[in-house]
Write a protein that binds this ligand. Structure first.
Ligand SMILES: C[S@@+](CC[C@H](N)C(=O)[O-])C[C@H]1O[C@@H](n2cnc3c(N)ncnc32)[C@H](O)[C@@H]1O
Length: 212
């Protein structure tokens, strides 16, 4: 993603503590207190400008959602969407996914969504892919037993390397589509990148995988 520096982003994120989690470490093991209910918690890692997670929160009021994004200059756009939507079941978290184990205990998170993650095509950058084994370890550490990741991308190389990484990790593939938009899958919510790349004619790949 091309980044425009927004020096004011941090102040804006701090101005909305009702939407942007300020001290995530303090919620470890007790995230239900943040939402005031015992509903399941789904997170999107690399939420970008937040369209997917905001639309998911609107469509599923009985699920709690957190959009996680490493760049403040990007997640401020998600904050604008959340302010407009004003839904109680969505929060934002401006952290690096590599550190999620510092903020979430095993079983705090019920599902991980990865959408159009940066492909990092060069093999020397493979460790930065959000489906690399070290990130799978992080997700396994915060999901319950048999927890799931749901991943979609238009990038064939990233999809193939993710299938390999997920299989080598010993996860069970529950669903694979090599052309999501021409499949029978129902309830798809488009992300910003999905709209951009599918409108150019790119195929969308999707998988669901379960830890076991
Ligand atoms: C290509 S964008 C896709 C955004 C959105 N999910 C979509 O589909 O439109 C990938 C996003 O993941 C974020 N990201 C990459 N690595 C991350 C990490 N380690 N932790 C959190 N976010 C990350 C990037 O900053 C970027 O905003």
């Amino acid at each position: 993603m091309r980044l425009r520096n927004k020096p004011w982003a941090e102040d804006r994120l701090n101005d909305f503590p009702q939407y942007v989690i300020q001290q995530p470490v303090s919620h470890k093991g007790k995230w239900h207190e943040v939402f005031g209910n015992d509903n399941p918690l789904y997170i999107e890692v690399g939420t970008g400008k937040g369209r997917f997670i905001t639309e998911m929160a609107k469509a599923h009021p009985d699920v709690n959602f957190i959009g996680i994004e490493v760049y403040g200059s990007v997640i401020v756009a998600a904050l604008d969407l959340l302010i407009e939507a004003d839904v109680p079941n969505l929060k934002l978290l401006n952290v690096d996914a590599a550190n999620l184990g510092d903020y979430f205990a095993k079983g705090d998170v019920d599902r991980v969504y990865l959408n159009f993650s940066d492909p990092w095509p060069k093999s020397r950058h493979a460790k930065r892919r959000l489906t690399y084994k070290t990130f799978l370890e992080v997700y396994e550490g915060i999901l319950p037993d048999k927890g799931e990741i749901h991943f979609k991308t238009d990038n064939q190389g990233l999809f193939e390397s993710s299938l390999k990484s997920i299989s080598e990790y010993g996860m069970l593939l529950k669903f694979v589509s090599l052309d999501l938009h021409n499949s029978s899958f129902e309830g798809n919510i488009m992300t910003e990148y999905e709209e951009k790349f599918s409108s150019k004619g790119n195929r969308i790949y999707r998988l669901e995988a379960m830890f076991q």
